[in-house]
Design a protein around this ligand. Structure first.
Ligand SMILES: Cc1ncc(C[n+]2csc(CCOP(=O)(O)OP(=O)(O)O)c2C)c(N)n1
Ligand SMILES: [Mg+2]
Length: 374
């Protein structure tokens, strides 16, 4: 029985891979292997994207290494393409596990002609129509009030859908976050709020972020249950999120789930060498020892179905190949023409944008005296 407001995070599998409570029957070795492959694919995607950044082929990326169990576990607990997801910028692993094609994600990161927004969004801020995965915004917590509104609409329309809204620990200090949870709570709207608590908001630690002991207890203020989960234990994440989704679908109103996890890498490429500046190497090492992928490998070993070194290497090589192929395909579609930044919003371009377009046109042809680049 899953309970809200537990003093300790809900956990099924210990760090050494042994179950701390009976493993639910659905977690067969086959399912665990599938989850392991999804997490490893996401980890390697991070590695490849960091290389693409260093090569100057994309300009922004926020890795989710260390947080795979939270994002893959959540993806596997909802009805993809049916429920609506209002994500935040670190959720590419959630998207990949929901089946967003890597080609779409990479096209967006590279801003090529194969990108549906054709380079007009910040890199790594994708949307996926088929998966009801709403466009990512970098403004912290700005997705929370519209997600609450989406859930309210679902309730009033009487549709059997759920709204899932994710955010980091830092987002819980924003006014938008409180407004959104309050609104969803008052309306008893079908929303699952999921905090990916990686314990840092760039250089602000969770202890500086809030005087509350945990994030999930804030749910009490908004009249909803709050669940505390070991976010590096994929079995626990899936069990809690699936249970909460069922409760919400049964009409019990919104809930908050706090997944306790850790970002083992830097915040983004704008913040390299994080531990040198604001956190200790010891802390990072401690959390590297709680790695969510290793935990599933140890569990599979414990169950007598180990992932061999060869299988692991093959999964890694397969992801690298997939990224390499999709990058080349996306780049082959070319960079969008600069003129598209003036298209698709106004039927008649307002005067100030007409001026800017004329200025750029002159610059491209060298008529501004700054050298031609056409
Ligand atoms: C409204 C707003 N304020 C500040 C920022 C700058 N900023 C970008 S990421 C970030 C930290 C957010 O941390 P958290 O919500 O914990 O997510 P995490 O990056 O740890 O996954 C901040 C303050 C922003 N993007 N938007
Ligand atoms: Mg954080």
């Amino acid at each position: 029985m899953i309970q809200p407001f537990t003093p300790e995070p809900i956990r099924f599998v210990a760090e050494d891979g042994t179950p701390v409570q009976p493993l639910p029957a659905r977690f067969t070795p086959e399912l665990l292997r599938e989850l392991h492959a999804l997490m490893l694919r996401a980890r390697e995607f991070d590695r490849k994207l960091i290389t693409l950044l260093r090569q100057g082929r994309t300009t922004f990326y926020a890795q989710s290494s260390g947080m795979e169990a939270t994002q893959v576990g959540l993806a596997r607990s909802i009805r993809v393409g049916h429920d609506w997801v209002w994500p935040y910028y670190r959720d590419h692993t959630l998207g990949l596990a929901m089946g967003v094609p890597m080609a779409e994600l990479l096209s967006q990161c590279l801003g090529t002609n194969s990108d549906s927004s054709r380079g007009r969004q910040m890199p790594h801020h994708f949307a996926a129509q088929a998966q009801n995965f709403v466009s990512i915004s970098s403004s912290i917590a700005s997705q929370v009030p519209p997600a609450a509104g989406n859930a309210m609409a679902q309730k009033y329309l009487g549709v059997d859908e759920l709204t899932v809204c994710t955010f980091g620990d830092g987002a819980t200090s924003e006014g938008d976050w409180h407004a959104g949870l309050n609104m969803a709570g008052a309306a008893k709207a079908p929303a699952m709020f999921v905090c990916e608590n990686n314990q840092w908001a760039i250089s602000t630690s969770i202890r500086e972020q809030t005087a509350s002991e945990t994030i999930h207890i804030k749910a009490k203020a908004y009249g909803m249950p709050g669940y505390y989960v070991d976010g590096n234990d994929i079995v626990a994440v899936m069990e809690v999120c699936a249970y909460v989704a069922d409760q919400i679908r049964a009409g019990h109103g919104p809930a908050l789930v706090e997944c306790l996890t850790y970002r083992v890498g830097s915040h983004s490429n704008a913040d390299a060498d994080a531990e040198k500046h604001y956190r200790t190497r010891e802390e990072v090492e401690e959390w590297l020892g709680r790695d969510p992928i290793t935990r599933v490998e140890k569990l599979l070993e414990h169950l007598g179905h180990p992932v061999s070194a060869e299988e692991r290497a093959a999964l890694i090589a397969q992801t690298h190949r997939e990224v390499d192929e999709q990058v080349l395909k996306a780049e082959a579609t070319g960079q969008p023409d600069w003129r598209i930044m003036f298209e698709d919003v106004y039927a008649d371009l307002p005067g100030h944008l007409r001026d800017q377009e004329a200025f750029l046109r002159a610059e491209q042809t060298g008529q501004n005296g700054q050298g031609g680049r056409a």
